[in-house]
Design a protein around this ligand. Structure first.
Ligand SMILES: Cc1cc2nc3c(=O)[nH]c(=O)nc-3n(C[C@H](O)[C@H](O)[C@H](O)COP(=O)(O)O)c2cc1C
Length: 245
């Protein structure tokens, strides 16, 4: 992954947004082994801000790495069930003779955690719902948070097992929360996901956010445009880990 990021850190390799680019002039990194998982979780379709942002992140990535294998997961269309008792097999509960429901829930969890573990880059569109993430995305987190797969407990405390990935969070919020202490205290979207992915051992979590999209058309347009403009730097700058927009 370091090699990929070093390559991207050369701005000349990254096409600028909204700029016409001659695709044939772009250098091609011949690395067909990169796997990118593109997750969306907005309940909206065309009207979704986070779907636009996550799609643009993936599009820009692919311009530089056209051989990347992309898997998509639309959690609004195919969310796992809420985490219930039948799914407790992944939390170490004995299921000696599995019921059909338990078998089904275990298979769903296994599919999702295997898909996540396989990915080198994970791009997630994350709306802000009621101060947190969509319930569909939380259900996904509950399936991939598995001892022995994404983390383990040791005598020294928890250790993440899913390190080495880059996670890009494409966020949108109706209000503005990032520029005040009161706002930050109410924000359980970005802060929560950084905790989750940090717990999984992933230190490279990058963020773009469009804030205030419910504060009038002008603010919405500015927020989206600024988030779009932040994408090249987000993908290019190795030292930008954490937060760009
Ligand atoms: C069910 C729901 C709950 C929301 N809750 C909040 C909220 O607590 N605070 C906020 O600033 N915006 C809230 N919003 C506004 C969304 O964050 C905003 O519309 C954002 O663009 C959603 O992402 P999307 O456009 O990709 O769907 C909410 C929207 C919905 C649909």
């Amino acid at each position: 992954m370091k090699r990929i990021l070093a390559y991207l850190s050369d701005r000349r390799n990254v096409p600028r947004l909204h700029e016409h680019s001659d695709e044939t002039s772009l250098p091609i990194m011949k690395d067909a082994n990169i796997k990118l998982l593109h997750i969306d979780s907005s309940i909206m379709q065309e009207a979704s801000v986070t779907r636009q942002l996550s799609a643009e992140v993936v599009a820009q990535w692919l311009r530089v790495h056209p051989a990347t294998t992309v898997q998509t997961l639309d959690l609004a269309a195919e969310a796992p069930n809420h985490f219930g008792a039948d799914a407790m097999g992944i939390r170490g509960v004995e299921q000696a003779e599995q019921t059909d429901a338990q078998r089904h829930e275990n298979a769903v969890s296994e599919k999702l955690v295997a898909q996540f573990l396989e990915a080198d880059v994970v791009v997630i569109g994350v709306p802000f719902y009621n101060f947190s993430i969509p319930t569909q995305l939380k259900a996904w987190v509950d399936r991939v948070a598995q001892a022995g797969r994404t983390f383990k407990y040791t005598e020294e405390g928890p250790v993440g097992l899913a390190g080495g990935k880059t996670v890009v969070l494409a966020l949108a919020r109706g209000g503005i929360y990032s520029n005040s202490e009161a706002g930050q205290a109410m924000e359980h979207q970005e802060s929560y996901l950084k905790v989750v992915f940090g717990f999984f051992g992933i230190s490279d979590v990058r963020v773009i956010r469009a804030e205030g999209v419910a504060m009038g058309e002008a603010q919405k347009a500015t927020a989206i445009s600024e988030a779009f403009e932040a994408i090249p730097a987000l993908l290019a700058d190795e030292s930008s880990q954490g937060q760009v927009a």
